[in-house]
Design a protein around this ligand. Structure first.
Ligand code: 1HE
Length: 260
């Protein structure tokens, strides 16, 4: 990893959106140890002004996954620690300070799909394709994919991807839940940025509830989930910002929901 393998740029009048870009296009943004640690550090130390983030990959591919040139060097113990290093880094993406929107295009494979699945929203353009080539390379996912990907598409589909090398194209990826948005070629970044700007304008507690609390509720038994929901609802609605926003609607100063 060199410093130029990842970039941070700030967007918006108050620098409220961070754009984090993998900039290793010659290696299809494959992630080596230095790059996964850099992702962790960037999400850990985002500037205070940032309220939403976009993650993008330079060139024709979002990310080709683990840098395979480093794989052969590890024994079993080092392999465990390596996987745990990915877990720690992607934990910072999923449970970091702000919602993260992934701008997908080209290859979203292996660790690239694991990175994308740690984000909160995935926007894919029509060039996107998804695969888990670990299956055919004789290895297993190690970046949290075994936990996050079945939650997006189900265990059966992930098993199929790994056992048979199945590749999903952009349309089918959106259909099965790998991405929430499918957009024309070359527009994933623009759409992701548009969404991040919108997300950055939400109440802080709403974004926190959706990124930190909702996924935990989803993993709780229903009885506990209802209780956690009640607690979160009470905390969110008691924030002054929530009261201001509800009052603005009642006084006709806030946007109505528009028909889709
Ligand atoms: C790489 C990697 C990589 C490209 N590690 N060097 N991931 C994979 O098994 C996917 C492997 N990559 C590919 O299947 C293809 O490269 C792509 C479909 C992504 C793109 O194809 P293409 O034709 O545009 O590029 P290319 O010619 O294959 O690759 C360009 C260069 O990038 C080439 O190096 P060069 O020195 O010959 O120019 C490739 O070797 C290099 N490259 N992908 C290392 N992944 C936490 S555990 C996660 C486990 C995994 O992610 S396993 C899945 C790994």
């Amino acid at each position: 990893m060199t410093k130029k393998d990842i970039q941070l740029e700030l967007y918006g009048d108050t620098s409220e959106v961070a754009v984090i870009r993998l900039t290793r296009p010659k290696k299809r943004n494959a992630i080596n140890d230095g790059l996964i640690l850099a992702i962790r550090d960037l999400f850990e130390k985002l500037p205070k002004s940032v309220r939403a983030a976009v993650i993008d990959g330079e060139g024709e591919h979002f990310c080709a996954g683990l840098d395979l040139s480093e794989l052969q060097e590890r024994d079993a113990a080092q392999g465990v620690f390596h996987s745990r290093m990915w877990h720690a880094a992607l934990e910072h993406v999923q449970y970091g300070p702000v919602p993260v929107v992934a701008a997908l295009h080209g290859a979203v494979v292996g660790g690239g799909l694991e990175l994308a699945s740690a984000c909160h929203i995935r926007v894919a353009d029509e060039t996107t394709f998804y695969a888990l080539p670990e299956g055919s390379r004789g290895i297993f996912v190690g970046g949290g994919g075994a936990v996050r990907i079945p939650r997006l598409i189900g265990t059966a589909r992930m098993t199929d991807m790994m056992l048979t090398g199945r590749v999903y194209n952009a349309q089918d990826g959106e259909r099965i839940g790998l991405a929430q948005y499918l957009v024309p070629n070359g527009t994933a970044f623009d759409k992701a940025l548009e969404l991040a700007v919108r997300i950055a304008s939400n109440a802080t507690m709403t974004n926190f509830a959706l990124t930190h609390v909702l996924p935990r509720i989803a993993d709780q038994p229903a009885d506990q989930g209802f209780m956690t929901e009640a607690m979160m609802a009470a905390i969110a609605q008691s924030a002054p910002e929530a009261k201001d926003r509800v009052r603005a609607f009642l006084e006709g100063r806030a946007a109505k929901v528009q028909k889709a």
